[in-house]
Ligand binder design. Structure first.
Ligand code: HPA
Length: 279
């Protein structure tokens, strides 16, 4: 079936199952699942398996559910079960859920991830709202065969990560425009993984101007932006990237660090939802 038709079916199914679209949809990444669900009052929980053709993780440990409820009066959807390029998914599959959410009518998309810090002054546990990205190999959902439009478009990515939303988030956290000690905007470098970067690559990425490195987010941000949604993204820094400060990244350590800093991450997630511009 063609992608456009698939998305229409998914959007219809979202309306039928959950009613009108939420003000904010949040894509949870590694490390963010644990406390997020507790932020919603009276959530309705629907497994992704309820929706035909919504790609689901091929790795264990990512809860693949939608939670729809109110977060301090803002209708919010939390989406577990992000899929990645390293699982063998193509761009159109990686972004299908996000495109379906925008087709449903979601105006604001918050993308969360875990990332390695490229800067000794951004220690693990810190949070980095994305000001921009470097795409170093993640698949582009606007390529022919991946886009929903028949005509290829040359899309500007200036302002991809919504500046007003990011500024409102920092204000809500009581921080100045440049951020504070543990929440500071920066540039995210996206690589395909699933290997962590080599120490030489980490030096290169820092030299290129990136502040953190991860394996997700960029395809979804591009697809949502091109479809007309506002995008905000936040990295939870779970480790120093390889070689930095002697670091040798390990997935279990990444999850442990995320868990240890879950409370602050949940606070920032709540502030980001409440900072989303209302239509
Ligand atoms: N590199 C890439 N992705 C990551 C890292 C890292 O160091 N930590 C968490 N996700």
């Amino acid at each position: 079936m063609d992608e456009k038709r698939l998305l229409q079916i998914l959007a219809d199914s979202l309306v039928k199952t959950l009613g009108p679209p939420p003000t904010v949809a949040v894509v949870l990444g590694s490390g963010w699942n644990e406390r997020a669900a507790g932020l919603l009052s009276d959530p309705r929980v629907v497994p992704l398996s309820h929706f035909p053709d919504w790609p689901r993780p091929r790795v264990e440990g990512h809860a693949a559910d939608l939670h729809c409820g109110e977060l301090d009066g803002v209708r919010t959807l939390l989406c577990g079960g992000r899929v990645h390029a390293y699982e063998g998914y193509e761009a159109r599959e990686i972004v299908r859920g996000v495109r379906a959410l925008v087709a449903w009518g979601v105006p604001n998309l918050l993308l969360l991830n875990a990332a390695g810090s490229l800067d000794l002054e951004r220690p693990p546990g810190g949070l980095m709202p994305l000001s921009d990205h470097l795409n170093l190999g993640l698949p582009n959902p606007l390529h022919a065969g991946q886009t929903v439009d028949t005509a290829l478009t040359f899309t500007s990515l200036v302002g991809l990560y919504d500046e007003a939303w990011r500024a409102a988030l920092l204000t809500r956290l009581g921080l100045p425009a440049g951020g504070g000690a543990d929440v500071r905007p920066g540039v995210y470098a996206g690589l395909t993984g699933p290997t962590y970067e080599t120490p030489a690559e980490v030096c290169m990425l820092a030299g290129l101007g990136a502040d953190a490195v991860g394996m997700s987010t960029i395809p979804e941000a591009i697809a949502a932006h091109a479809a007309g949604a506002r995008v905000c993204a936040i990295s939870l820094l779970t480790n120093y990237a390889a070689g930095l400060g002697g670091s040798d990244p390990d997935h279990l350590e990444v999850l442990d660090t995320a868990s240890a800093h879950g409370e602050r991450a949940a606070e920032v997630l709540r502030a980001a939802v409440l900072a989303a511009p209302l239509e």
